[in-house]
Every structure is written in C-alpha cells, then in structure tokens.
Design a protein around this ligand. Structure first.
Ligand SMILES: *Cc1c(COP(=O)(O)O)cnc(C)c1O
Length: 368
C-alpha cells in the first residue's frame, strides 16, 4: 500500500533542483553569507509581491512577530488581543516582549478571530490586535482595522500560514501596521531551514526591525540599541527567491486539491472547511472537524494516510501558561476545536492518485 505523506517538502526541491542548486552554489562561491545581495533582492521582490513598501528579512516567524511588537513600542503593561485558536507562537511573541496576550474566540467558519467579539476584549491597556490568517484563510481585515482605528490600536498580522493569500482581491501583507511572515520549511513559501520577514508601509517600523535584527547596529561596531541577532541568511534568501517565482502556481495547485476534497467529501460525515466569498484562501492546511476524530484518524492511518492535528492543545491550556491567569480563561470554542480538528494531506505535490486514495479512505471510514 502506498503511504500518503502529510506533506512532501522534498518534492519542492526535486521540482526545482537545477535552479536551487545554482542559487545555493552562487552564494557559496560568493564568499558572502549574511546581509548581502541575495537578502536585499529577496526583500525587494517579496515587498513587491505582497504589495508593501518595505520587507525586512529576519531569522524566523516568531522573531518577526517579536520584533514587530518591539518596533511598535509594545511591552510590559500592554495587552495584545490574540485568537484563542492558533499556533502558540502567536501568543509567545506577545509574552516574550513582556506584554499580555488577551485571547478572543474565533469563528468556527473561518477559524479566525471573530470581529464581533473584539470590542468586549478591549481595555485601557490594549495596544494592538494580532489577527492570524490561520490555515491560509485571511482574517476579516476590514472589520478588524475599523475597530482598531476607532480605539487607536495597532494591527499586526501573523501571516505565517498565508503567503500569497488575498483579502478582497488585495494581497495581505500591506494591511494594518505590519505583517509577520515565517518561511519555516513546511509553509506555503518555505526555506530549507529557518527564515522569516516582516512587511510594512511604515518606514519607522521597517527601520527599527532592520537595525534590531542586527545587534541594534546600522554601522558596524556602532550600536544604537540593545538589539538582537535575527537574520535571514544569504543561502535561504537565494532559495526563497527561486521558490517565490513558483508560489502562485503552487498555491493554485493547493486550491485544486481543496476543491476536489470539497466536492468529493460532501457525503463523508465531516464538517468541511469553508472559504468566505471575499477570501483568496491559499489552503496551507485543509482542516475538517469531526467528533469521532480518534477513530477516523486511526482508520486513515490503517489505509496509509498520514494526518495531523493543528492543534491538539489550545495555548491557554499549555503548560507554558500554567503559572498565569490565562490558564483559567473560559474559551469553549478553542477547547472544542482542539478536540475535533483534523488536517488532511494537502500540498502542491500531492498527486491525483494520492488525492483519490485519501478520498476513498475517508468515504470508506465514514461507513464504519
Ligand atoms: C509557523 C508559525 C509561526 C512561527 O514561525 P517560525 O518560523 O517557526 O518561528 C507563527 N505563527 C503561526 C500561525 C505559524 O504557523
């Protein structure tokens, strides 16, 4: 029996091997490995791609979020509104700058921050809203930006899972104050190691992140700030430049897989994901909900299908927050989703035969 991997990251290399080998060799031969021409070119190309004035490459997605918060002057005593259902990195960035993550529940239709619930969470200490474009579905930016504007709050988006996504025909990445990106290998645009970036139209935020990612230094051995070391290296930048040219095509292939699942799985006794009509969804993950998750997942495993759970424990229930008052938050939607979500294989290199195998196994499993 053929095993269907959850995601075949190696396939991205195999498809582009000559181009990637050439890019890596070019960097190795140049003798220049950090903060050079490849990063500068990638930053310009990615800013143009997402429609933002500035892009600054950093070490990873978590640091992209942290540096964004620091650049907006957010720290101890401040509150930042985060979704109750997300990868914990969103919350950790807020905690690590000394601010308090304040969770707001998500809408079960989009898995994203429910704008209707935002205003009740705003206090005099709130400084920012941090929506996540989870699973590749854009957050409801118009409503979030309107509420932020009304209350004088900043908007930082976590776009780690949404490279190429569009909100009402406009790419996310130039909306709000700043957008944080991760290029972790498994993301829609992934490096072959750690990498991240911020995009923004605000020259002050771009400048601060640019200086802070490199020891708070603009000129070598002159340190203006107590900065960090968070750099996107030349090899990863060169690889990302190659992959960026294929991102739209790969996202289109993901959409085709999602469309096939949507049609074929209507009778599968699962709650299928939806895309809002204004959403340019990039299907980082295809997440279904089922009350019988343990049985359905085991059945798929027995049929050679790998699945994952994003995420089995909500951030407020993690040991990491056990010593804080976040632990006792009442977040029934996040807790219920953590028990029901199941991610099916999806990716630009999932073959039609593999998609058929997934569909057949799921339909077979719902009759058991
Ligand atoms: C991957 C991810 C991050 C963290 O990115 P890293 O590059 O791994 O640090 C943050 N937020 C979300 C929603 C993610 O999926």
């Amino acid at each position: 029996m053929h095993t269907v991997k959850f995601l075949d990251i190696g396939a991205t290399y195999r498809e582009l091997k000559p181009e990637i080998d050439e890019a890596v060799a070019r960097v190795l031969e140049s003798g220049w490995y950090l903060l050079g021409a490849e990063l500068e070119a990638f930053e310009a190309e990615y800013a143009a791609y997402v429609g933002a004035k500035y892009c600054v490459g950093v070490g990873n997605g978590l640091e992209a979020l942290q540096l964004s918060l620091l650049a907006m002057g957010i720290g101890p005593g401040n509150e930042v509104i985060v979704p109750s259902h997300t990868y914990i990195a969103t919350w950790l960035a807020v905690s690590q700058v000394g601010a308090k993550p304040v969770p707001v529940e998500v809408s079960e239709d989009t898995f994203n921050l429910d704008p209707e619930l935002l205003e009740t969470a705003i206090t005099p200490s709130t400084r920012a809203i941090l929506p996540v474009h989870l699973y590749g579905h854009p957050a409801e930016m118009d409503q979030i930006l309107t509420i932020a504007h009304k209350h004088g709050l900043r908007v930082l988006s976590d776009a780690a899972q949404a490279q190429g996504a569009r909100y009402k025909n406009k790419r996310i990445g130039g909306m709000g104050d700043v957008t944080a990106w991760s290029f972790y290998p498994g993301k829609n645009l992934g490096a072959f190691g750690d990498a991240g970036a911020i995009t923004t139209d605000d020259p002050q935020i771009a400048d601060r992140v640019r200086v802070w990612r490199n020891y708070g230094s603009r000129v070598k051995y002159l340190n203006e700030y107590q900065g960090y070391n968070s750099r996107l290296d030349e090899i990863q930048a060169a690889i990302l430049r190659v992959k960026l040219k294929h991102l739209d095509d790969w996202n289109a292939r993901r959409s085709r897989v999602a469309e096939r699942y949507q049609h074929a799985l209507t009778a599968a006794n699962l709650t299928l994901p939806t895309a809002s009509d204004w959403a340019g969804h990039v299907w980082h993950l295809y997440v279904v909900c089922t009350a019988e998750r343990t049985r359905r997942q085991a059945h798929l495993k027995s049929m050679g299908i790998d699945t994952l759970i994003h995420y089995p424990i909500p951030p407020h229930r993690q040991q990491a927050y056990a010593q804080t008052d976040l632990k006792s938050q009442n977040l029934p939607i996040a807790e219920s989703l953590a028990e029901r979500v199941l991610s099916l294989p999806i990716g630009p290199h999932l073959t039609e035969a593999e998609q058929d195998q997934v569909i057949k196994a799921i339909l077979d499993g719902c009759q058991k």
